[in-house]
Write a protein that binds this ligand. Structure first.
Ligand SMILES: Cc1cc2nc3c(=O)[nH]c(=O)nc-3n(C[C@H](O)[C@H](O)[C@H](O)COP(=O)(O)O)c2cc1C
Length: 156
């Protein structure tokens, strides 16, 4: 099973947005290999529209250049990044997005791909609550269950 199929299996029903990209950080990369339904609901782009594109399509006027440089620096230096960026939906509406990106490494240690977990932040200030309640916009509909038996012969 390749990395795209593996990520699809666990990410399809998650209520956090998931983006998988290739490991090419230089323009025109990174290229999106997979986006889950929660990412599609949050961004307004269908998964089929973003595959082959770069996550830079989510950027706009209000996106901090310093923030995106930090993503680049952190991924190159450490292989991970956690922070908030101003993203834009397909409709043009801005949303604050907490982005947690990690490298998926090959056995030789080189990144094979990057995976991002993305959530819209609706409340940044105030006392933190257990489990981050109220901080993130809840997902509007739950994705339908994945039936493993539909995808992997012999399972389920
Ligand atoms: C998996 C992954 C997800 C990303 N998601 C976003 C995102 O939601 N919004 C954003 O502005 N940049 C995102 N980026 C960062 C951009 O793709 C790009 O790396 C960043 O703009 C720095 O490169 P640049 O300086 O060439 O623009 C993501 C990167 C990766 C690897």
């Amino acid at each position: 099973m390749n990395v795209i199929d593996l990520v699809r299996l666990f990410a399809e029903s998650l209520d956090v947005g998931v983006l998988l990209t290739d490991a090419q950080l230089n323009q025109p990369g990174p290229r999106i290999l997979y986006a889950n339904p929660s990412f599609a609901r949050m961004s307004g782009y269908a998964a089929s529209e973003v595959i082959g594109q770069t996550p830079r399509i989510l950027q706009g006027q209000g996106t901090s250049r310093e923030g995106t440089r930090q993503v680049q620096r952190a991924l190159r230096a450490e292989g991970h990044f956690l922070g908030c960026l101003q993203n834009y939906r397909k409709s043009g509406e801005a949303y604050l997005c907490e982005i947690n990106v990690r490298a998926i490494r090959r056995l030789d240690g080189e990144p094979e791909a990057y995976i991002a977990f993305e959530r819209e932040v609706v409340r940044r200030r105030g006392r933190p609550t257990r489990g981050g309640a109220g901080r993130y916009r809840p997902v509007e509909e739950t994705a339908s269950d994945i039936f493993l038996s539909d995808r992997i012969p012999g399972l389920g």
